[in-house]
Ligand binder design. Structure first.
Ligand code: SF4
Length: 312
């Protein structure tokens, strides 16, 4: 790997809020393969993914992708947030793999293990190059992000939408400023993400919202859920669904110490709620029906989020 100590990358005008983490190190690597096949046993609703970056300086405390950094000999805590691996040849690899006669043209999901519009994208523009390659090949794809930087690529995404190739989702767990600040320290403000939902849909790019993750006792009050869902309905989200926090091994070790600092009163409750990675089916079903009701009342659509799920 070619290690690059680079200054904080500026985001395109109006696309961020200057809240990105400082002291982020970018490590260049050349990927041997860029289209990743999801293991058969996975519950993900897609079979292929692309991640041009590894690690994510959005630094969400609950990020389920954190343990992927340990495969690289780095840790799931600050290394995941501040040592970002950049696959500098991602675009050329993708073009080659899409040309390969063995490639079957399946849907490809972006935003599954790292945010494709994290601050690094402001400089490297790999996600933009990947979108261009996918459009050129006529290959369907989806994008999940927490960043309004996606609006930078609205021209390309509108082309892709006209060809029926793309579906986007913004991940907006809450509009509660305190929760956002504490739990997603490197992300742009959620209100800017709501604006992005509106802009994308207005440009003809179908964009839904994952209200995710909802944090028990922190962002799951009826008022908090109503606030975020109503804002997304008003922005024209084509689908809205909620996902309750899950805490897999490797993530729990980062999240629980954070919770102990932020809300020590909830530590015991989380221990009971999460004897394993997932909260009970009953708790998940209650959240889903609560959100569906709010969407109905607000006149929106609580359609499942199709192929875009998880990390970002
Ligand atoms: S949840 Fe998404 S945006 Fe947050 S750190 Fe993980 S990959 Fe990045």
């Amino acid at each position: 790997m070619d290690e690059a100590q680079l200054p904080l990358f500026p985001e395109p005008d109006g696309m961020g809020d200057g809240r990105a983490l400082r002291d982020v190190e970018y490590i260049h690597t050349r990927a041997k393969k860029i289209i990743n096949r999801v293991p058969e046993a996975s519950r993900m609703p897609f079979r292929y993914t692309i991640n041009a970056y590894r690690g994510c300086s959005h630094a969400c405390t609950y990020c389920f992708a954190r343990p992927t950094h340990t495969y690289l000999g780095m840790d799931a805590g600050t290394d995941f947030e501040r040592r970002i691996v950049v696959k500098v040849n991602a675009v050329e690899r993708l073009a080659a793999e899409l040309r390969d006669p063995r490639w079957g043209g399946d849907h490809i999901a972006m935003g599954t293990n790292t945010d494709p519009y994290q601050p690094a994208e402001g400089r490297y523009r790999l996600t933009r190059g990947l979108i261009e390659a996918l459009i050129a090949a006529g290959n369907e794809f989806s994008i999940l992000t927490k960043s309004p930087m996606i609006m930078r690529d609205i021209d390309l995404l509108a082309d892709a939408a006209r060809a029926g190739l793309v579906r986007c989702n913004l991940s907006i767990g809450t509009l509660d400023t305190g929760t956002w600040h504490a739990s997603e320290p490197g992300t742009p403000p959620p209100q800017r993400r709501v604006e992005a939902v509106g802009r994308l849909n207005a440009a003809g790019i179908p964009c839904g919202v994952l209200v995710a993750p909802v944090l028990p006792g922190i962002s799951d009050s009826p008022e908090q859920l109503t606030e975020v869902v109503e804002a997304c309905v008003e922005a024209g989200a084509v689908s809205i669904s909620a996902i309750l926090l899950h805490l897999r091994p490797g993530v729990r070790e980062v999240f629980m110490p954070w919770l102990g600092e932020y809300r020590p009163d909830l530590v015991q409750r989380y221990g009971e709620l999460y004897p394993s990675s997932y909260a009970s089916p009953g708790a998940r079903a209650r959240l889903a029906s609560q959100v569906d009701e709010i969407v109905d009342r607000a006149g929106g659509r609580a359609v499942p989020p199709s192929r875009t799920r998880e990390a970002a």
